[in-house]
Design a binder for this molecule. Structure first.
Ligand code: BTN
Length: 253
């Protein structure tokens, strides 16, 4: 097994596709080699959690998916790796206020800047393929985002930092960070990535509402007490501690 932090050596292949429907779909439908990366700046049918669409401005955003085989950690920690890698890369570009909104979004203030979708297929009771994809708004203007995304507040790196991002450079920097955190968890030990992830989630101790725990589920509210090693979130509603696997979270300020 290769042990390097150089992304060009670490990954079996890194393929740029000028236009793609969904980088996650393209990968999961293939019998890909472990550590395969595909990316595009023009994704036309991006997908998000809960069958939502991930809509982006062509050639102003990154859609990148990493394909892994036979992972020895839970898929939630691959989401965490991409989340922490994204936040670190944003910091390199001068955006230091991005935070991770459990389970899979990157926000600046109350606006979404990036999202992660991790999908797995199983074979003989084990995870066979794990595909984790990240979508990041880089050079999209506020006007472009407003006209495309009407139901939620979105933002981009250019809107936050006021400078144009070189898409290829950003992708290479992100890949270097992804490798760093994949190597960190290679032994199956998630304690370090968990600490880094928790430090950027800003959730523990906060009052929050959680909806869409399942399709159209009632909203529950309470204090977030913990996120455990399986990525479950524990919400104290004043009477019970609710263990939540996924959902849309809103911090009550
Ligand atoms: C979400 O908002 O729920 C997650 C969005 C994830 C979007 C990324 S872009 C790369 C990869 N390909 C997809 O179709 N989705 C993910």
């Amino acid at each position: 097994m290769k042990s390097t932090t150089d992304s060009k050596e670490y990954f079996a292949s890194i393929e740029y596709i000028p236009t793609a429907t969904s980088t996650n779909t393209l990968l999961i439908e293939q019998d890909f080699a472990n550590r395969t990366v595909i990316y595009t700046f023009d994704q036309t049918r991006g997908r998000g959690r809960l069958d939502r669409n991930w809509i982006t401005v062509p050639n102003k955003s990154l859609a990148l998916s990493v394909g892994l085989r036979n992972i020895n950690i839970q898929p939630i920690w691959i989401t965490a790796i991409l989340s922490v890698a994204t936040v670190n890369t944003l910091e390199k570009y001068g955006l230091c206020t991005a935070w991770i909104k459990w389970p899979n979004d990157i926000f600046v203030g109350q606006c979404k800047l990036a999202g992660i979708l991790t999908e797995s297929t199983w074979k003989n009771g084990k995870i066979d393929k794990c595909v984790a994809g990240v979508g990041i708004n880089l050079n999209s203007t506020a006007e472009e985002l407003d006209s495309l995304i009407t139901n939620k507040a979105a933002t981009s790196v250019i809107e936050q930092c006021g400078k144009q991002i070189n898409l290829k450079d950003f992708t290479n920097d992100l890949l270097e960070n992804i490798v760093k955190y994949l190597v960190l968890t290679e032994s199956g030990n998630i304690s370090e990535i968990k600490q880094l992830w928790l430090a950027k989630t800003k959730l523990i101790g906060e009052k929050a509402e959680v909806s869409e725990i399942y399709k159209n589920s009632p909203t529950v509210s309470g204090i977030i007490e913990n996120i455990d090693n399986d990525g479950f979130l524990y919400l104290n509603d004043g009477t019970n501690i609710l263990k939540i696997v996924t959902g849309d979270i809103r911090i009550i300020l």
